[in-house]
Design a protein around this ligand. Structure first.
Ligand code: NAD
Length: 325
């Protein structure tokens, strides 16, 4: 299936969380297509630096606001209608789950409802950034979109998992009841430049430790697996879904499944580091394995990830090397 570009020059796109890691790469891709992009962010986990190169671009506007308090309707960038709204805002790392639980619940519930109303009002396409965490600690492997998940509703991770599941439910309700043109993407572990070295996710943590020559801290035995996706591949997948008329949910990621131990060892080797790999206490409800079934993404969107893990990791290491000195 080949999806033709639907959004480009002359289209106005709202990207929530636009100064974050993944969303800022999406903003770049939309600007490169000729779209006019409004990014809204409260910088709770994102940074102005991620979009600093766009601040003089006439088709780009950055608005500082907490979207859980409602959309900044008074701002001139919100006066005109949007053709598409991409709800990407949410803290997303395991350390955020402990530090920002209420903010995560609000941006994945109240803010989602505000944005759905705005999309309905504008006749815009609405794209919800969901997550593989919607599957919790999965009992099915690889995970197909039909799997309902295994989530602890009151655990540490629940603020994120359940907020995303609520957002999916809300998106489907607006689609079914109001005919909203909506889409849900379930994003699997993605990495690349613009992640924060201290954000608590495995790849930036391991890279920062390896570059600093300190021990890598693998959680548990390190046998738990993740399938890692370079941000460029993910952005291409999200844009294919945006351009399509599919609703999903559709998984997006790669089948490059590896254990956390393998990942740590690969990073040490690619960094040319002498750091040792050590093992620390595992966080509660940490999923045992993660690999998306990409059948739907391939069939409905023609999606195919192309960046090999060593290649993506090298590019990410170069980015961190520049910043960590
Ligand atoms: P990120 O933290 O870098 O980006 C999120 C952005 O949202 C940040 O800039 C943050 O400041 C902003 N934000 C958070 N709450 C806000 C609020 N109330 N108002 C305005 N802005 C707010 O994280 P990321 O990894 O780039 O994730 C982006 C999206 O993709 C998230 O929705 C996340 O759940 C989803 N996702 C990411 C991954 C991944 O592996 N990176 C996996 C699954 C899902």
């Amino acid at each position: 299936m080949k999806v033709a570009p639907r959004f480009g020059s002359g289209h106005r796109i709202l990207v929530t969380g636009g100064a974050g890691f993944v969303p800022s790469h999406l903003v770049d891709a939309l600007i490169a297509r000729g779209c006019t992009v409004v990014a809204v962010d409260n910088f709770v986990t994102g940074s102005k630096e991620n979009v600093a190169h766009l601040l003089d671009t006439p088709t780009f506007t950055l608005v500082e606001a907490d979207i859980s308090d409602g959309l900044p309707a008074h701002h001139p960038a919100f006066a005109e209608r949007f053709d598409a709204i991409l709800h990407m805002a949410s803290p997303a790392s395991p350390t955020d789950f402990e530090k920002l639980p209420v903010q995560i619940l609000r941006v994945g519930s109240v803010a989602t409802l505000h944005l759905l109303d705005r999309a309905l009002n504008d006749g815009a396409r609405f794209l919800m950034a969901s997550t593989s965490e919607a599957y919790g600690d999965p009992k099915e492997h690889p995970q197909r979109e039909t799997y309902w998940g295994n989530v602890n509703p009151i655990g540490i991770r629940s603020v994120y998992d359940e907020a995303k599941r609520f957002s999916e439910a809300a998106t489907m309700a607006y689609h079914r009841s109001h005919g909203l043109d909506a889409a849900i993407v379930r994003i699997f572990n993605t990495y690349g430049p613009r992640m924060r070295p201290d954000d608590g996710r495995a790849i930036p943590t391991f890279i920062a430790q390896a570059l600093r020559g300190t021990p890598l801290t693998v959680h548990g035995t390190g046998d738990q697996t993740r399938s890692i996706c370079y941000v460029e591949d993910l952005v291409r997948g999200i844009l294919l879904l945006l351009d399509s008329t599919e609703t999903g949910p559709i998984n997006c990621g790669t089948e490059h499944e590896m254990s956390m131990r393998q990942l740590a060892e690969t990073i040490v080797s690619l960094c040319g580091s002498s750091s040792e790999v050590t093992y620390v206490t595992r966080t509660a409800d940490d999923p045992e394995m993660r690999r998306p079934d990409l059948t739907l993404a391939r069939k409905l969107l023609g999606y195919e990830p192309v960046v090999a893990p060593e290649d993506g990791l090298r590019r990410t290491i170069d980015y961190f090397r520049d910043r960590l000195g």
